[in-house]
Design a protein around this ligand. Structure first.
Ligand SMILES: C[S@@+](CC[C@H](N)C(=O)[O-])C[C@H]1O[C@@H](n2cnc3c(N)ncnc32)[C@H](O)[C@@H]1O
Length: 256
């Protein structure tokens, strides 16, 4: 890391060292945490939040689709959708942090079919069901992550796809075919990330797979800036909702 880069990262590192504030509402805590580092968010997180390109590449978002990102931050994933953005019918970016949403709005201004919404992703309901919903490193930041998963699945059309990329640690006794991380690593990463309000929970992956059993899970590792030789585990989940809607799902969106 060069001295100019270290200097540019210093406010991000300082905020991360101080951790996510404990008091106030979720929106206030996020604002206090992210506002001082918002200008350097993308540059720093590009070295920390791995697998976002791969997730977006694997999502079957296609021309005419309605796509929703839950916990969009600065909206940088727009760039990762590349040329596919233009063909989408509607792209909705949802987040609760005003400082990051300001940057997402500036990015979205170039596209008339991209909407930026300030809302809690555990509760946000879109105006119409989506073909694709994705979360990149947002599920671990929400205390009621079960509600986020249920909400994401509920907003999908029958046959729609949910994509998630996030940090995790394995269970001590993981399901067959899944990786097992050693005890020291499970201990270290949970505590390391918890300081910044990121809750690594081995149950996330299992819950996602239970909600959408037609799925693929890829377990990976990514380097951590300023921790030479260290890499943290992350996963990609891509799950497809069954093709027939239940009566409850039909009535929720008024489909006939
Ligand atoms: C680590 S950032 C990831 C942002 C973006 N998805 C990315 O890949 O760069 C997590 C994001 O989740 C948002 N977030 C956390 N809790 C939220 C909630 N309850 N509702 C909406 N957004 C939330 C934060 O404001 C933040 O923008």
């Amino acid at each position: 890391m060069s001295p100019p880069e270290l200097l540019a990262d210093s406010r991000v590192l300082w905020r991360m060292l101080r951790g996510l504030p404990r008091g106030g509402s979720a929106a206030e805590r996020l604002q206090a945490f992210y506002a001082p580092q918002a200008h350097r968010y993308d540059a720093f997180r590009s070295r920390l939040l791995h697998g976002r390109e791969e997730l977006l590449r694997r999502l079957p978002a296609a021309a005419g689709d309605v796509v929703i990102e839950l916990g969009c931050g600065t909206g940088e994933n727009l760039e990762r959708l590349g040329g596919r953005i233009g063909g989408l019918r509607r792209l909705v970016l949802v987040d609760l942090c005003p400082a990051l949403l300001e940057q997402a709005r500036a990015r979205a201004a170039r596209h008339s079919h991209v909407e930026v919404i300030e809302a809690d992703i555990a509760r946000y309901r879109p105006p119409e069901p989506a073909d694709c919903v994705y979360l990149s490193y947002a599920l671990t930041m929400v205390e009621d992550w079960r509600a986020v998963i249920a909400n994401a699945v509920a907003m999908l059309k029958p046959g729609g796809t949910l994509g998630v990329v996030d940090f995790y640690v394995s269970h001590a006794r993981p399901a067959a075919g899944r990786l097992r991380h050693p005890a020291w690593e499970r201990w270290l990463w949970r505590r390391w990330f918890a300081h910044d309000g990121v809750r690594l929970d081995p149950s996330h992956m299992a819950r996602l797979a239970a909600a959408l059993p037609d799925c693929r899970i890829l377990e990976r590792r990514g380097r951590i800036p300023y921790l030479p030789g260290m890499s943290a585990p992350y996963y990609l989940f891509i799950g497809r909702k069954r093709a027939e809607a239940t009566v409850r799902e039909r009535s929720r969106f008024g489909a006939s």
